[in-house]
Design a protein around this ligand. Structure first.
Ligand SMILES: [Zn+2]
Length: 312
């Protein structure tokens, strides 16, 4: 389970403080909160030293929503909204109007070997019958089953104060380690009709209402749902390793991006204004590159091509 409070409120506050965008419309904020909770749960569940990036590419007014969680649970989130998002918009009205929306999960290793690409899995926002999915949790359940062959149950909810999630996964453990402790594989467990154990826990989890997930503490929720099950609760994560807002943007990175535009494009921007302004969409930080800063980007000696000297 995850319960994001201060960190989630900071994501929303930074957006509200951004004078160019203003606060998120409520349905967008709810989606981004659910994505944040899900991304933290998934990062906690994999043994992987790198960033987990959860993205929804939408074909409606919400073009992109993205959450990035580092291995130490520093995370950032943002959404790009074009046009009106009224308070009643459903998931498909926001991001999947023509069934062309996609959800992508990317694992980007911290130390990438030369030529190594990040791993990425993509799923549509419709089910096996091409019906539009209206609960974001079902998109990820679908993904887990398709790409990881893992039975997954996710309950997600968010409001302006809390983003929370409950993840149940049937792990492919063997022998004594599996759910019932009696079968030697998930296949055998299913064949014997004993996956009822997982199904029961899944159904109990799905009975959790959003207001309960958002309003109750973890012990109360676990007790209400699983009071008949033997439970082992691990120590909650505390201190340094607790999920928190963290943006990895830097002047150096923005500089590399401007350099990527090329000298001509940079000069063209500077012919119209005093400096190149770049705002970080995640944290709202503004970066200014005046003509001297910009010129120095292109004159820096760099081993990587194209490192042509600036002409002017
Ligand atoms: Zn930033």
């Amino acid at each position: 389970m995850v319960r994001l409070t201060d960190a989630w409120q900071e994501v929303l506050q930074r957006r509200a403080n951004n004078t160019q965008t203003g606060a998120y419309p409520q349905p967008v904020s709810d989606l981004l909160g659910q994505m944040s909770a899900a991304a933290v749960l998934m990062q906690a569940n994999i043994k992987f030293n790198g960033a987990l990036v959860l993205q929804v590419f939408g074909d409606g007014p919400v073009k992109l929503s993205v959450v990035e969680v580092q291995p130490d649970f520093g995370f950032r989130a943002t959404a790009t909204v074009q046009g009106e998002v009224s308070p009643q918009l459903s998931l498909s009205q926001m991001v999947n109007q023509n069934n062309e929306g996609r959800c992508a999960i990317t694992l980007d290793p911290l130390e990438r070997l030369p030529g190594q690409q990040p791993y990425q899995g993509v799923v549509p926002l419709f089910d096996d019958h091409k019906e539009k999915i209206e609960n974001f949790s079902e998109v990820l359940e679908h993904y887990m089953l398709q790409s990881e062959q893992l039975d997954t149950t996710l309950v997600l909810a968010a409001n302006s104060q809390v983003a929370a999630g409950l993840l149940i996964q049937r792990l492919p453990m063997e022998g004594e380690g599996n759910l019932a402790g009696r079968y030697d594989s998930v296949e055998r467990e299913s064949a014997l009709g004993r996956d009822e154990d997982y199904k029961r826990i899944s159904i109990l989890s799905k009975s959790l209402k959003p207001e309960e997930l958002l309003g109750l503490d973890v012990n109360t929720i676990l007790h209400r749902l699983f009071w008949e099950e033997p439970l082992l609760r691990f120590e909650p994560r505390l201190g340094e390793s607790v999920p928190r807002f963290h943006c990895s943007c830097s002047r150096e990175r923005v500089g590399r991006m401007i350099k990527g535009l090329g000298v001509e494009e940079a000069e063209s921007i500077l012919s119209e204004r005093e400096s190149i302004e770049v705002g970080c969409e995640f944290c709202g930080k503004q970066y200014h590159f005046d003509p001297v800063d910009a010129a120095s980007l292109f004159t820096q000696t760099d081993i990587s091509p194209p490192a042509g000297p600036a002409v002017h």
